[in-house]
Design a protein around this ligand. Structure first.
Ligand code: AMP
Length: 283
């Protein structure tokens, strides 16, 4: 595996490759990330992974400085997955000048759910992903459903900007107790780690209730409020716990609910100092 930090070296290394499968990450790799490398290998060749903690997507009071950086470990893991190039630019390599040109997703998708609680987050994501796509020029790129809204926003961006890249969705990889793997799980205290799988359990419970009760709009709001209250009682600080339409993440209308339009429940909540997100598609 080649470990490359400069954009010009990356271009030299990938010249003539037209089936590159790309997996962007922020490093501190776990099994969830590695599953993406394996999926990438079934869609293209060679596989290129990037490791870059993107300052643009962190708010002023978020954990950019504290975000775990474990480059040597990450390189060993990628090597073990037969990744051809690990592209790990420094900030100066990727942003030699202030990034004044930005890609901003539309309000309805970019400022709801995660976007409501992390203003500017998806603009930072779209800008860095566009930049990485321009550096790597992949044929396909793989993103995790763990970040459901991000996946949808990237898909729409690629479509609207006519980027010639196929976006592949990868299922969420979980610990045996159901907790979605995340680089941020390492911040959880032992007590919080024991509590953390409840987020996924509650997603499953709401999913079952929606399937069996077939609520109207008012009843769905009441159900969601009940789950928010349960999280609070258990010591969480929830940001949202909401069923949305799978197709566009808008709130379901009465018609959607009576027609059983496919929904996904999305949740974000803080446990101690750690903010966890998860989601579950209602079958
Ligand atoms: P991150 O390093 O957190 O920016 O994530 C890089 C990519 O890995 C994104 O496409 C994430 O959606 C994906 N990812 C993160 N955690 C998981 C997981 N537990 N299962 C599947 N994909 C994941």
């Amino acid at each position: 595996m080649r470990h490359i930090s400069k954009i010009s070296d990356l271009r030299d290394q990938l010249r003539g490759q037209n089936r590159v499968a790309f997996v962007p990450t922020m490093g501190n790799l776990h099994e969830g990330h590695l599953s993406l490398m394996r999926i990438a290998a079934t869609h293209g060749d060679p596989v290129v992974a990037s490791v870059f903690v993107n300052r643009l997507q962190f708010g002023p009071n978020e954990d950019f400085d504290k975000y775990p950086r474990t480059m040597a470990d990450d390189a060993a893991k990628l090597e073990g997955e037969n990744v051809y190039v690990m592209f790990a630019p420094t900030e100066r390599d990727l942003y030699p000048e202030p990034q004044d040109y930005r890609i901003t997703p539309p309000n309805d998708l970019g400022n709801t759910l995660e976007g409501e609680f992390r203003p500017g987050f998806f603009g930072g994501v779209c800008t860095v992903v566009t930049k990485l796509f321009n550096c790597v020029q992949p044929k396909v790129a793989v993103f995790g459903k763990k970040d459901y809204q991000q996946l949808m926003i990237i898909r729409r961006m690629v479509d609207q900007m006519s980027m010639p890249i196929e976006i592949i969705a990868a299922p969420t990889v979980r610990d045996p107790d159901g907790l979605a793997m995340s680089s941020r799980n390492r911040y959880l205290s032992a007590e919080d780690r024991a509590e953390a799988p409840h987020l996924y359990r509650l997603l499953n419970e709401l999913s079952k209730e929606v399937q069996s009760a077939r609520p109207n709009g008012e009843q769905l709001l009441q159900l969601q409020a009940k789950y928010l209250a349960t999280l609070q009682e258990r010591g969480w600080k929830p940001d949202y716990f909401e069923a949305r339409r799978q197709v566009d993440l808008m709130r379901p209308t009465e018609e959607d609910l009576s027609n059983q339009t496919p929904l996904v429940i999305l949740a974000a909540a803080k446990l101690g100092q750690t903010r966890l997100i998860d989601n579950l598609e209602i079958e």
